[in-house]
Design a protein around this ligand. Structure first.
Ligand code: RIB
Ligand code: CA
Length: 334
């Protein structure tokens, strides 16, 4: 079976890290490179954290440095955006975990050049998994829309129809750069299938304390590392959301990309993103039931098979044998 060619655009970030761990281990994916973007942390942190993950898995691919700020700030010549979500992902962006970097994993080109050159090399074959603000993708389509129309699909973790986490109406990635979001869906969405994996579906799949304990007990060294990395993130969700676990948003976006049969109630609809309001900045305006016949530009799953999702997490991160052990233990508790 031909492997699926993938670029992961990311702002690691603890949940990005688990998504990248899954992608780097999955036999059906040919991850061509990571591109970093400012988001959870400033570009220095997100680029280095992506490099740490490639070093951890001794990967031969590279991370290509991307946008240092949101689209409009870049156009206004503003400098690097600093920490926006340190309170969620910790000082380093990976919780309390410290990982080394092999300098060889840093790509020489910038993210925009890498993305466009890769799509030109493989027209119609490359999928982009966007796990942070979509600034890099907006810069790519601004520079060369015709090449971006050659992308096979885009899966973007972000947004929400009925939920927010940066404000009551806005999700963090889309709040960070709403102009880029609106450019992406209006200019590219009619030509390239763009999946919006939003908070409505990600919050259905809480990775709970049982799941994390299982990872630590049965997942070997990687399971122990993930358990440690997730502590800071769980602490945030314990206090902010009252959860006994955490929502690993980007991991759901990755698992759903690999196994789209996980998603249920998929809407093909028009999505716009508010970029001209302080109060509603980043809100997704979605004609979910096509009442207004606006041009459809997004695929939006509103629910998922969570049992399937959790079993796939264990299989992709730790192997089928561990996943079978997980299924047995969950069944024994039901
Ligand atoms: O709102 C959740 C999203 O914002 C995730 O991608 C997380 O990593 C942050 O980037
Ligand atoms: Ca992210």
């Amino acid at each position: 079976m031909t492997k699926r060619k993938v670029i992961i655009d990311t702002d690691p970030g603890i949940d990005d890290a688990l998504a990248i761990m899954a992608a780097l281990q999955h036999p059906d994916l040919d991850v061509l490179g990571l591109t970093s973007v400012a988001g959870n942390k400033g570009i220095h942190f997100t680029t280095d954290n992506a490099a740490r993950l490639l070093t951890l898995f001794e990967s031969d691919i590279k991370v290509y440095r991307g946008a240092t700020n949101d689209y409009l700030s870049l156009k206004a010549g503003k400098g690097e955006r600093a920490d926006e979500a340190g309170f969620v992902h910790g000082a380093s962006g990976l919780g309390s975990v410290e990982l080394p970097i092999d300098p060889v994993v840093h790509g020489e080109r910038g993210a925009i050049d890498f993305i466009l050159e890769t799509i030109k090399a493989y027209p119609g074959e490359v999928d982009i998994i966007a796990l942070g603000p979509v600034t890099n993708l907006a810069l790519c389509l601004e520079k060369d829309l015709e090449t971006m129309k050659q992308v096979r699909t885009i899966h973007s973790m972000g947004g929400g129809v009925h939920r927010g986490n940066r404000s009551p109406v806005a999700e963090f990635n889309y709040w960070f750069d709403p102009t880029a979001v609106d450019m992406l869906y209006t200019q590219l969405g009619p030509h390239v299938p763009i999946w919006m994996i939003g908070l409505d579906v990600t919050h259905q799949g809480i990775t709970d304390l049982n799941d994390l304990t299982f990872m630590k007990m049965a997942g070997g060294e990687l399971g122990e590392l993930i358990f440690e990395m997730m502590q800071f993130y769980v602490n945030t969700y314990w206090h902010q959301n009252g959860y006994m676990g955490a929502v690993v948003h980007d991991l759901m976006a990755m698992i759903g990309y690999i196994y789209p049969e996980m998603y249920q109630e998929i809407h093909h609809a028009n999505l716009r993103c508010v970029n001209d309001s302080v109060l509603a900045k980043g809100q997704c305006i979605v004609d979910l039931h096509n009442q207004f016949n606006w041009e459809k530009n997004a695929y939006i799953p509103m629910s998922a098979n969570i049992r399937f999702y959790k079993e796939k997490i264990m299989a992709v991160l730790f192997g089928e044998e561990v996943a079978e052990d997980y299924k047995k233990r969950v069944k024994s508790m039901s």
